[in-house]
Design a protein. Structure first.
Length: 379
């Protein structure tokens, strides 16, 4: 590895193979992974360990930040050690450590970022604080062949956004949710239907065999320009339909779940189609749609996006579900992309970066592209 004397980080243009540890703890998954990016462009996910916390939060019907933070504290060291062991490498062989620095539940972000700082300090490794959304935005390039530019539909438990991705660090947000995130709508609605958590897969399973046509849901933001999303109205519509049934049978729940899932798929497709129209008129030239985030694992949504992209002559790329949901490999990969693009901050800057609860992807992040890497992060 070639270290730049000025910055103390690998020089993006002259890098050989890169072995990077990624740490993720921004919500309710404690995750770590080791990813190898070879000089020839090939890459290997050598380990990808995730420990979910559903059991800890089940009684509360949602993620409790304090419980999440405590669970991360208990588990992070073991998860990192496991990721290193499974990879077949040692800490000493790593080229860098990447960790989510936000956005997310602040207590959890703090735990993962601090653990990563400790590893970086102890083993004298470059540290790359990563925006969790950038992790989702770039993860497709780890497992698939996806060249820039592309349009990203990010649909997760915390975010529902349409982002034009032109390169590493080059993002334009075209739309976002004005209320619930798509995954949040699934999770809350699953609870309402008496299904377990996480709600998305539960609703998808319940919808199997259900009829999409028995219930009609409204079309959110039908008359509103732009690419923003609104999911809370669908959740309310589901509640009203469910409450109107005195003793819902399994068949009723299947029909409700199927109609709700279809309505979400339709809304996502409608807003995505608008964003595709904007991209088609721009200079960026993207004709690839990438769907990422936990909700992209949903079969009905995938099928709807497949139909949409086929109609418009676009290519659809969806990474495997294990890379769609929160994981450490996508954070390691974002770190690798930043290193190769020469956009990793110097060590002192990286070490000084504080965890952030809010951190929009389109906002500049600390790094060499902003003030020669001498600037700290925006608070
Ligand atoms: O990306 P992710 O793992 O975490 C966040 O960053 O939020 O997404 C988790 C969300 C949860 O709300 C979960 O219910 C949803 O993704 N999800 C699904 C499916 N699998 C996970 N939603 C719909 N259908 C699925 N099959
Ligand atoms: Zn996520």
């Amino acid at each position: 590895m070639i270290l730049s004397a000025e910055y103390g980080v690998p020089d993006g243009g002259k890098l050989g193979d890169l072995l990077v540890l990624g740490v993720e703890s921004s919500c309710d998954d404690t995750a770590a992974a080791v990813v190898l990016s070879r000089r020839d462009g090939s890459r290997a996910i050598l380990s990808n360990v995730t420990l979910a916390q559903y059991d800890r939060h089940a009684a509360y019907g949602g993620v409790v930040p304090e419980i999440a933070a405590r669970a991360h504290v208990e588990r992070i060291d073991g998860i990192i050690a496991q990721a290193i062991e499974i990879s077949g490498h040692t800490f000493a062989e790593l080229d860098a450590v990447a960790a989510t620095a936000g956005p997310g539940l602040i207590g959890g972000v703090m735990v993962g970022l601090t653990a990563a700082k400790a590893v970086a300090l102890a083993h004298e490794l470059p540290l790359i604080p990563v925006n969790h959304l950038e992790g989702h935005a770039l993860s497709v390039r780890m497992s698939e062949e996806a060249a820039f530019p592309y349009l990203l539909l990010l649909i997760s438990g915390g975010h529902t956004q349409l982002i034009e991705v032109s390169g590493v660090g080059a993002y334009r947000r075209l739309g976002t949710t004005i209320d619930d995130a798509a995954g949040e709508a699934f999770d809350k609605s699953a609870k309402l239907l008496g299904l377990g958590q996480p709600g998305g897969p539960m609703i998808e399973a319940a919808a199997k065999g259900g009829r999409t046509g028995r219930f009609t849901f409204p079309k959110p933001l039908a008359r509103r320009e732009g690419c923003d999303f609104s999911l809370s109205g669908l959740k309310t519509a589901l509640r009203l339909e469910a409450e109107a049934i005195e003793r819902p049978t399994a068949g009723d729940v299947a029909d409700l779940a199927a109609a709700f899932q279809a309505a979400i798929a339709e809304h996502l497709a409608d807003r995505t189609a608008r964003a595709m129209g904007i991209v088609e008129q721009g200079e960026n030239g993207a004709r690839t749609l990438v769907a990422a985030g936990g909700v992209a694992a949903n079969g009905a949504i995938r099928a709807r996006l497949e139909a949409l992209t086929q109609d418009r002559g676009w290519r659809l790329v969806i990474p495997p579900a294990k890379y769609c949901t929160d994981n450490g490999a996508m954070i390691a990969w974002a770190g690798i992309e930043r290193l190769r693009a020469g956009l990793a901050p110097d060590f002192a800057t990286a070490l000084a970066i504080a965890p952030r609860a809010r951190w929009p992807l389109a906002e500049p992040i600390a790094g060499r592209e902003h003030g020669g890497g001498k600037k700290g992060p925006k608070a």
